[in-house]
Design a protein around this ligand. Structure first.
Ligand SMILES: Nc1ncnc2c1ncn2[C@@H]1O[C@H](COP(=O)(O)OP(=O)(O)OP(=O)(O)O)[C@@H](O)[C@H]1O
Ligand SMILES: [Mg+2]
Length: 225
């Protein structure tokens, strides 16, 4: 499903230099496989997921998604590949502010080859406890409610790989447990791979095996203060 090789990403510093944030020699994830990664704030988890999803362009390396190299594609093709295969639960939600809760989920689906399915969008929003908020705009929701919209949107297309960036970071224990259960169930239903990053031990405890992101990302150990 996912095979990452020699991936690097640096960011420019205000003084003209650059700091390498990601250097991942090898990472892979099989179809239907679940992986949970733990990592301290600032160690490059979101940057890594942004690279894997093609939102950020890598400096070097390969990101093979079902054999297609995301890193080698131009931006429109990366966008299409992401829409067709990936469900990304962003740490900062990235909801479209001018659209309602229901429209946010439906719009995400309309970019996929399968097209929009309003009934599924509604069902997912009901599952995350937002059935009574379909016509609200993101700014009318609490942070945790926005996070649950982001969960529904990411799962709507029945993606073959779900990237979850701290998906329960703004939720109370009950909503966190329900969101996590929905994410895992949707992945199982679709035999989708799940890559979750978190520093919430309560969440991580539910995974049989949790890896340290720092051990995959050589840059994070070198950049540590
Ligand atoms: N666009 C950018 N320009 C410059 N530096 C950046 C940029 N994006 C991220 N960084 C830097 O890269 C490092 C890793 O950031 P990243 O957001 O990937 O961390 P993280 O592990 O997701 O942290 P958190 O757990 O707090 O979400 C940080 O030091 C951050 O300052
Ligand atoms: Mg992050």
């Amino acid at each position: 499903m996912l095979d990452v090789r020699d991936l690097t990403k640096s960011f420019a510093l205000p003084d003209g230099g650059a700091v390498q944030v990601v250097r991942v020699p090898a990472f892979s994830l099989g179809s239907g496989e679940e992986r949970a990664l733990r990592g301290a704030s600032g160690c490059g988890k979101t940057t890594f997921l942004n690279l894997v999803s093609g939102i950020l362009a890598a400096d070097s390396g390969r990101i093979l998604i079902d054999g297609v190299d995301m890193a080698g594609l131009a931006e429109p093709a990366r966008d299409r590949l992401r829409a067709a295969k990936l469900g990304y639960i962003f740490q900062t939600f990235n909801l479209l502010q001018g659209f309602t809760v229901l429209e946010n989920v439906v719009l995400g689906m309309s970019f996929s080859p399968a097209g929009a399915d309003r009934r599924r969008a509604r069902e997912l929003l009901e599952r995350v406890g937002l059935g009574h908020r379909l016509g609200h705009f993101p700014r009318q929701l609490s942070t945790g409610q926005q996070q649950r919209v982001a969960v529904a949107r990411a799962l709507a297309n029945r993606p073959s790989m779900v990237l979850a960036d701290e998906p329960t970071g703004n939720l109370d224990r009950r909503n966190a447990a329900e969101s996590l259960a929905l994410i895992r169930e949707a992945c199982r239903e679709n035999a989708a791979a799940l890559l979750l990053v978190s520093h919430d031990e309560e969440v991580l405890r539910q995974f049989g095996r949790v890896e340290d992101f720092a051990s995959l990302n050589v840059a994070s150990s070198e950049a540590a203060p």
